[in-house]
Design a protein. Structure first.
Length: 112
């Protein structure tokens, strides 16, 4: 089964792309939960962070560094949140690991 994100990566579904390289793509979330809500998605299909393997470590680190880069580009110097949902009870809606970058307003705690 092809995930929604694989279809976006393959350009079968349109998205507003903010970053793309050989390892990942970053897009605006179509149902934003904050004024800035960007998804950083690895091109390698990892269903969820619980299924990541040791060799995925550099890729996972890259996702966070891309989130940091985009946060600077989006002027989120007052703060931002990085979220990775895992499993249905963790809020995961697409079975393809991705990082949420949220900002542009004061974010409350606890989040859920």
């Amino acid at each position: 089964m092809t995930t929604l994100f694989q279809k976006i990566i393959a350009r079968e579904i349109p998205a507003e792309i903010l970053h793309e390289d050989d390892a990942c793509i970053a897009i605006r979330d179509i149902e934003p939960q904050a004024p800035v809500h960007i998804l950083i998605i690895p091109k390698k299909l990892i269903p969820r962070v619980a299924y990541a393997e040791v060799e995925d470590g550099p890729l996972l680190g890259k996702l966070l560094l891309i989130a940091q880069k985009i946060a600077v580009e989006q002027n989120l110097e007052d703060g931002f949140r990085i979220v990775i949902n895992n499993g249905p009870n963790g809020g995961e809606s697409v079975p393809h690991l991705h990082v949420h970058l949220l900002g542009g307003r004061k974010l409350s705690w606890p989040p859920g």
